[in-house]
Ligand binder design. Structure first.
Ligand code: FE
Ligand code: FE
Ligand code: FE
Length: 174
């Protein structure tokens, strides 16, 4: 570990960890906002396209909610590269490249979208616990609104898979 990082590590507490986590999810949400329209365009079934579009709109609100959180904390809204979301989005792009127009494309895209939701659910769950610990009740409320949307989206994606998308992926290509 570089010496410069080591020297400040001793002063870092939950406040710093929380702020770093917010920057991580802020970067992630903005990345997802850009990825969802591409996924919607690549999807075959109208129900999958509209699910992605709907969550794109929710994601826009989630970005604004995070900006409100930064404002409440009197910190500038700044993202910090999240290698995890970069990787998850890259895997989704791979599905698009390799399965575009194929019977399995929607099943692949739904699965890719679900990995995104699971990352977000993990992050928001932790951030809520830390905000509670820090006594930031107004922040907790905002983060919980987003977590509820991510959980609802995750369930909707499962239903898309189970009610037709996975079945259609079984078809052989003509
Ligand atoms: Fe989100
Ligand atoms: Fe991350
Ligand atoms: Fe989401």
């Amino acid at each position: 570990m570089p010496a410069a990082k080591k020297s400040t590590a001793g002063t870092k507490g939950l406040q710093e960890l929380f702020l770093d986590g917010l920057k991580d999810i802020y970067y992630a949400e903005k990345k997802i906002l850009k990825a969802l329209p591409k996924m919607a365009r690549g999807a075959e079934a109208e129900e999958v396209q509209s699910a992605f579009q709907k969550h794109r709109d929710e994601t826009e609100t989630q970005v604004e909610r995070l900006e409100k959180v930064f404002e409440l904390l009197e910190k500038p809204a700044r993202g910090k590269t999240c290698p995890a979301i970069d990787g998850i989005v890259e895997e989704g792009e791979e599905i698009l490249e390799q399965y575009k127009g194929a019977p399995a494309v929607d099943a692949g895209l739904v699965a890719a979208a679900q990995s995104v939701e699971h990352y977000e659910i993990a992050r928001y769950g932790t951030l809520i616990a830390w905000a509670e610990q820090l006594g930031k009740d107004d922040v907790v409320k905002l983060l919980k609104e987003t977590l509820a949307e991510e959980e609802k989206t995750d369930k909707a994606l499962s239903q898309l898979g189970e009610r037709g998308v996975n079945q259609r992926a079984m078809q052989e290509m003509a």
